[in-house]
Design a protein around this ligand. Structure first.
Ligand SMILES: [Zn+2]
Length: 426
């Protein structure tokens, strides 16, 4: 590769590598690689089909066979479209064309360019998403009407395109005013945005998709509040989200910090699970709070974002890449399609690492749920119930689980409970 500014490019690469090393160090220190000691007599064996009927196994497998090719095709298509727009002058021409009616200034080129590229990317995969939605309906996993589904797609695309446009505008503006060191300031900015975003996400984005009501006073509510007290992380409220408008999925989470912390439960959970299992889910979520997983995730995310931007600083000084994209440099709005492609490709490449970290964090929260709830039967029944209602494949292909699995498999989670019992931690 040849470089427009060899010294600047090398500095960006060095900073990216230093940040990546810090990221690895943080992961090693903050993420447990073993969550339970080996019990006397060894680990409980994995039995993916235990507790499931033949009909449940068939249904989960046929659902996976129907939906997996769609997800994979959609992912590949979106990277392909980003690649065609970012690695040929096609995207650059589009950026120039959409801003022409507004006078063609660089700010319009960036803002409207990002919006146009986002909409094109979304439209390209829309037929596949719609087909996926048909499969979800057919298997009874989605309850969303087509109107609500389209509204969700539109809102999500608008929010993500709008935020991306502002972030890219900031980056191009920095590159125009500090052509040699923009990537350093942009890396700091990206790290800061991840921190702000993780605080604002529950406040701004949750209400865009769901409505919340307080769980009325009763045994479940007081049990959950007591569980949170015992966890040392009191919550202000227990909220019910109207998730059943869209999905049959069962889920719960804890959001907010300190005095705004609350447990959120999907209404689907309330309707379908007995109280003991709901408490087991809440105990898992409180495990994330006890281990400060949101903070860890935020710091990992900031370091990752900063490393990624420094890497962008290196890549965007490559004359070879810039000439493919038909752009003069990072301060040229015609760089936007290349920038979006590099971000999409980088995000995809980081997925297995991100999921490996996530699986360990989830495993730790599972052990916490067992320690806090002391109810392995409810834990196992809850895991199996979630798997059956979500049509989780009992034994996903190892490579799929490695790349896309954000949680341990159900069989692994059931084995945690068995190991926990064998260790006599009751
Ligand atoms: Zn979790």
């Amino acid at each position: 590769m040849s470089w427009a500014d060899r010294g600047g490019a090398r500095a960006a690469l060095v900073v990216a590598l230093v940040l990546a090393a810090a990221l690895v160090l943080l992961i090693v220190v903050r993420i447990p690689w073993t969550v339970l000691p080996v019990p006397p007599g060894g680990h409980a064996p994995l039995d993916p089909t235990a507790g499931l009927t033949a009909a449940q196994i068939d249904r989960a497998r046929s659902f996976a066979a129907a939906v997996r090719p769609v997800s994979l095709a959609s992912l590949l298509l979106s990277v392909l479209v980003a690649g065609v727009l970012g690695l040929t002058p096609l995207g650059a021409r589009l950026v120039v064309a959409v801003a022409r009616p507004f006078g063609g200034g660089w700010i319009w080129q960036v803002l409207l360019g990002v919006l146009a590229l986002s909409v094109i990317g979304r439209l390209a995969t829309l037929p596949l998403s719609a087909y996926g939605q048909v499969v979800y309906h057919r298997y009874g996993l989605s309850t969303s009407s087509w109107g609500l589904w389209l509204r969700d797609v539109a809102v999500a695309t608008a929010i993500s395109a709008g935020l991306t446009a502002l972030a890219v505008l900031g980056l191009v503006a920095l590159a125009r005013s500090a052509p040699r060191t923009w990537w350093l300031w942009a890396a700091l900015g990206a790290a800061g945005l991840v921190v702000v975003g993780s605080f604002l996400y529950p406040v701004l984005l949750e209400p865009a998709f769901n409505r919340f009501t307080s769980l009325p006073a009763g045994i479940l509510r007081s049990d959950l509040l007591t569980l949170a007290e015992r966890n040392g992380t009191p919550v202000r409220d227990v909220l019910v989200a109207d998730a059943s408008r869209r999905t049959t999925a069962l889920n719960a989470y804890v959001s907010g910090f300190g005095s705004t912390r609350r447990i959120v439960i999907y209404d689907t959970v309330l309707r379908r699970l007995p109280d003991r299992q709901i408490e087991s889910i809440a105990a898992h979520e409180l495990g994330h709070v006890a281990a400060d997983d949101v903070l860890t995730g935020t710091v990992i995310g900031s370091l990752g974002a900063a490393a990624g931007v420094a890497l962008l600083g290196w890549l965007l000084s490559s004359s070879w890449l810039l000439s493919r994209a038909g752009a003069a440099g990072a301060g040229d709005p015609r760089v936007v399609p290349l920038l979006l492609f590099l971000v999409a490709a980088g995000t995809l490449l980081a997925t297995p690492l991100q999921n490996a970290v996530s699986r360990q964090i989830e495993a730790r929260a599972d052990i916490h749920a067992l320690d806090l709830g002391h109810d392995p039967e409810a834990f196992v029944a809850m895991q199996r119930g979630l798997a059956v209602s979500g049509l989780a494949e009992p034994d996903p292909p190892a490579v799929w689980q490695w790349f896309f699995g954000s949680h341990p498999t159900t069989a692994q989670r059931v084995a945690f409970a068995r190991d926990w019992e064998r260790l006599g931690r009751r």
